[in-house]
Design a protein around this ligand. Structure first.
Ligand SMILES: Nc1nc2c(ncn2[C@@H]2O[C@H](COP(=O)(O)OP(=O)(O)OP(=O)(O)O)[C@@H](O)[C@H]2O)c(=O)[nH]1
Length: 362
């Protein structure tokens, strides 16, 4: 099941990557328009323009195929952000060589900046600066080629100003972009932390009521999807006996310490796949998915014995703590609250019958 969830989440991320690629195509679209315009105005010959489009088509196709075939998952950055920004630059540089007018060439430089902005999704400052350096070096290489082979198509004074301006703009964009990227990372980390805090009980560090209810809904959904009928979803509600007396006699701090100790010990004896949480006060819930009533009773017995045999250094020698438990089984199609209510009623009976026992709710 967990494996299926991991596969689903990878598929979702891959879909998002393809979506970002489409946005990238949107950003490249402006460059394509520029080229069509240059061609229509007779500022660039047809062959280099056609070669450019062929190269860009191949590049985009390769990236899309890498994502579709999940090959990108093997890379250090599966989003291939830097590669996707850098790859279309050289086809543009080659085409720029054939553009006669230096002013018209600057249009390409602007579109490279919008490509760089995609780096703010993922790139560190160092990577953003490296990509900027790559763009600038590519432009300098173009100027060198023009200087050597087609000096009539360039004016060094204008190019110097363009290169200087472009370098400062790239550095600014790289800094701002990496700042946005770092804010995104911090936000992501904080969200993970917040989600963890919202799901955990601060005293015992066990999953809290909200988390228990989430887990129960997931287990119910899973149960309703099951194909074979051999397993049950069982719930055990557990309450520490005479806890008020413990608080009243030895103080609230002792009560807290006892709740923490019980939580820790129960955590240790939980079967993998079972879920223990604090429902509130001195009440806990154990969720036993893919179980049977017999197995649930067995677990409840283990819990009962575990707590009854605990020695608490905070309490006088011989003072024992016990727990009562109400067990219920989820009935197909019912609301989970109904299952919990049966467990609660069974717990009530366990208390009535003398505590330190397990009652199954029907
Ligand atoms: N120390 C401590 N006490 C808590 C906490 N949450 C709830 N309690 C106390 O737990 C006690 C529960 O008492 P009752 O509901 O009367 O039940 P009980 O004394 O355990 O008696 P039975 O459940 O009938 O065996 C109350 O005194 C609450 O104040 C907590 O986080 N820490």
């Amino acid at each position: 099941m967990a494996q299926q969830e991991a596969v689903d989440s990878i598929a979702k991320i891959q879909k998002l990557r393809l979506q970002r690629m489409t946005w990238g195509l949107g950003a490249q679209f402006s460059t394509w328009l520029v080229i069509v315009g240059l061609y229509l105005f007779g500022m660039v010959p047809m062959l280099p323009a056609a070669i450019y489009f062929l190269m860009i088509l191949t590049i985009n196709l390769v990236f899309a195929l890498l994502i579709k075939a999940n090959v990108n998952l093997r890379f250090r950055d599966p989003s291939m952000t830097a590669a996707q920004i850098v790859a279309p630059i050289w086809p543009a540089v080659i085409l720029m060589y054939f553009v006669a007018d230096p002013q018209a060439r600057t249009a390409f430089l602007l579109t490279a900046i919008s490509g760089l902005m995609f780096g703010s999704f993922a790139l560190s400052r160092r990577s953003m600066l490296a990509v900027s350096a790559f763009i600038l070096t590519s432009y300098l290489a173009l100027l060198t080629a023009l200087h050597l082979f087609a000096p009539s198509r360039m004016d060094w004074r204008i190019e110097l100003i363009i290169v200087f301006t472009y370098a400062s703009v790239l550095v600014t964009v790289a800094y701002l972009g990496s700042y946005i990227s770092s804010i995104r990372n911090t936000l992501r980390e904080k969200n993970v932390l917040l989600a963890e805090l919202a799901a955990r009980d601060p005293l015992t560090q066990l999953p809290n009521r909200r988390s228990l209810m989430d887990q129960l809904s997931q287990e119910v959904a899973r149960f309703e999807r099951r194909t074979a009928n051999e397993h049950e979803l069982c719930v055990s509600m557990l309450d520490v006996d005479h806890f008020k007396r413990i608080n009243d006699t030895w103080g609230h701090d002792t009560g807290d310490a006892i709740l923490c100790r019980i939580s820790n010990e129960l955590r240790k004896i939980m079967r993998q796949g079972d879920f223990l949480g604090r429902f509130g006060g001195e009440e806990f819930i154990v969720i036993l998915p893919e179980s049977t009533l017999e197995a649930a009773q067995h677990t409840a017995d283990r819990i009962k014995d575990c707590v009854a045999n605990l020695h608490f250094p905070e309490l006088p020698d011989g003072e024992r703590i016990t727990v009562s438990q109400g067990v219920s089984i989820y009935q197909p199609g019912e609301r989970i609250e109904a299952t919990l209510k049966r467990a609660d009623e069974a717990l009530y009976i366990a208390k009535e019958e003398g505590r330190n026992r397990i009652v199954v709710g029907h």
